[in-house]
Ligand binder design. Structure first.
Ligand SMILES: [Zn+2]
Length: 87
């Protein structure tokens, strides 16, 4: 999956330029988990941290993102393994 995506962020801007970020990549669920997406290679794509947050904001709305970030911070304290970071 990482090879397919070229080991870099798959975000494309409106004018077709692809993000060149190759560090701090995260797995983005193309069909969001919360909406029934499965964690398989077909359903995952690489996004840099900024574009992952950007896409999630598009999928769910900014309010949801703010809440999710707050929940993740709490979850990380309880369970350090609960991270989808790819690096
Ligand atoms: Zn990016």
């Amino acid at each position: 999956m990482r090879e397919r995506d070229g080991d870099r962020c798959t975000f494309e801007s409106a004018d077709g330029r692809r993000c060149s970020a190759t560090s701090r990549l995260e797995f983005h669920h193309i069909l969001a988990w919360a909406l029934g997406g499965e964690t398989t290679a077909d359903q995952l794509t690489l996004r840099c941290k900024a574009h992952h947050a950007h896409q999630t904001a598009l999928d769910f709305g900014a309010d949801h993102v703010a809440q999710a970030i707050a929940r993740r911070r709490e979850a990380r304290v309880r369970d350090p393994q609960h991270e989808h970071t790819a690096t």
